[in-house]
Design a protein around this ligand. Structure first.
Ligand code: GDG
Length: 487
């Protein structure tokens, strides 16, 4: 970004953008993880360059594949540097699975899953946050780097970096919702988390509503001066600017020129999955996570077939569910429940080769997802709670034919921008079933009108604009700090 030219950018996140795995022949294979954070931040790093620090998660044996702590990425056309931190299985268990994903994840999402807080997980979370902060300090070549801290895994990093580099510009982005003070208040270490985050220069959330919840939580639990008018929190004279920056995706999409036509994609998808020739294709794409409302979505599909039997034999729902956190009980139980449900719907409405639910519980590569997006008549996003949700934006971006209907949960941050979608409450089965039915029958003209408008929104508010806003706010704060120093 122009105002920060010459300044170095360090991104720090749990998830790495490129994972090195071993293939069947023992060679290295590079995989892109299923992660909204990576989808959004990776194009920004390609544009800015710098260093990305993340947990090395590949299965490749480090002795077989020469996995350095630092690699240049993207592998085929290096543009920035990826610096890996190797966590022990115990560290990963306590910090990632434990505190972050059994504690903070359910704490911040209203999905009615009870958070689990263990003292030992918290201790590991603290220790691992310290390791990430040390890596930032090692990477910093000046005393005022621009550090982009990502997400709930690293809530303590901003204050840890601030302590050693008081001049650093620390931009923290919280990719998940921030709940109200009553909900957040059950976390035994709420003070530590809040003070950790308030080491940031700028703290970003997807929506104004999450910012408001955060400010109210600070007000409730720590001593701080809050200037609501300017969205600033000061703890002992150190100020943090709290602002909403709705995240998005790259526009144009990578390799857009090489895509097969929607009708070819449709033919390929119909062949590959043995769908009826004139199928109406509904699509869901998610990490296999209980916050994404997959049970509610399948219940709605079932109800729709029950209520509108003319669609039996024609309507097919394809659900991509990429494996995630499956070592946790809560996830395994949920994943089994979804699998049972899709078997039930198929035995109820399927006949011969016709299966109304095609369930694909495996990781797909990007090209396969694009093919599905371009083949689908309807994309259904039913998150029970979601910071933003990028799947709905990817669907819209991949429809340059201006066809297709988006059904979108009102509990996803994206619903605040994507007004031309059919907005639903996923807890309301009837409403969701009716919306999918309406989508299945929508005229091509109405689809076009809605899609054109949605595409304008995603194009104009793309991820470069998201990063641009955060970085220009950062540049403004740096300038202000320098001027104030001189006084
Ligand atoms: C968090 C917040 C926020 C899914 N399956 C595969 C695959 N994906 C990709 C999708 C999309 C991404 O994963 C999922 O993004 P979401 O935004 O829907 O969700 P989270 O991962 O929960 O992300 C979310 C986001 O951070 C950004 O701030 O929007 O609210 O929860 O890009 O396409 N990708 C591949 N194979 C799959 O099988 N390659």
């Amino acid at each position: 970004h122009a105002e920060l030219r010459g300044d170095e950018i360090i991104v720090v996140s749990n998830r790495e953008p490129y994972i090195h795995d071993l293939d069947q022949h023992g060679g290295a294979r590079v995989r892109r993880p299923a992660s909204g954070l990576v989808t959004a931040i990776e194009p920004v790093m390609r544009a800015c360059s710098g260093t990305w620090i993340a947990h090395g998660s590949g299965t490749a044996d480090r002795d077989v594949v020469d996995l350095h702590d630092r690699v240049a990425v993207p592998p085929d056309q290096p543009m920035y540097s990826l610096r890996r931190i190797w966590l022990t299985p115990e560290e990963e268990q306590g910090y990632y699975y434990g505190f972050a994903n059994e504690g903070l994840w359910p704490l911040c999402h209203v999905a009615h899953v009870r958070p689990v807080f263990r003292e030992s997980d918290w201790q590991t979370y603290r220790a691992v946050n310290q390791r990430f902060a040390e890596a930032v300090l090692r990477e910093a070549r000046t005393d005022d780097p621009v550090v982009l801290v990502q997400d709930y895994h690293l809530a303590l990093v901003p204050a840890l970096v601030r302590e050693k580099l008081p001049q650093a510009t620390i931009l923290t982005f919280w990719h998940i919702p921030w709940p109200n003070p009553e909900s957040f208040g059950i976390c035994p270490w709420r003070r530590e988390i809040l003070l950790g985050l308030l080491g940031s220069t700028i703290l970003g959330f997807h929506t104004k509503f999450h910012c408001k919840n955060f400010l109210e939580t600070v007000d409730r639990f720590i001593e701080a001066r809050i200037e609501h008018e300017h969205s600033v929190v000061a703890v002992a004279e150190r100020e943090t600017f709290v602002e909403s920056y709705p995240i998005s995706i790259e526009w144009p999409q990578p390799l857009e020129g090489d895509w097969a036509s929607p009708s070819d994609c449709r033919r390929l998808v119909i062949e590959r999955h043995g769908l009826p020739e004139h199928a109406i294709i509904g699509l869901g794409v998610d990490r296999f996570d209980y916050t994404k409302g997959i049970v509610e979505r399948l219940n709605a599909v079932e109800r729709m077939l029950e209520k509108y039997p003319s669609l039996i034999g024609r309507f097919v729902f394809v659900q991509v569910a990429s494996p995630t956190r499956s070592s946790l009980d809560e996830y395994r139980a949920f994943q089994q429940q979804v699998e049972r449900l899709s078997v039930r719907i198929n035995s109820r409405f399927g006949a011969g080769r016709y299966q109304p639910v095609v369930f694909l519980a495996e990781h797909h590569d990007h090209a396969q997802l694009i093919e599905l997006y371009r083949a689908a008549d309807i994309c259904v996003v039913t998150s029970l709670h979601d910071g933003m949700n990028l799947v709905c934006k990817e669907y819209v971006a991949s429809r340059d034919d201006e066809q297709g209907v988006l059904v979108l949960s009102r509990f996803a941050g994206a619903a605040r921008e994507m007004h031309e979608a059919l907005i639903i409450n996923p807890y309301h089965v009837e409403e969701t079933a009716d919306a999918i039915y309406r989508a299945a029958r929508m005229s091509s003209g109405e689809q076009r009108e809605r899609m054109i408008s949605l595409r304008h929104t995603v194009r104009d508010f793309n991820v470069f604009r998201w990063a641009g806003r955060m970085l220009s706010d950062a540049a403004r704060w740096r300038l202000r700090a320098r001027v104030e120093e001189r006084v």
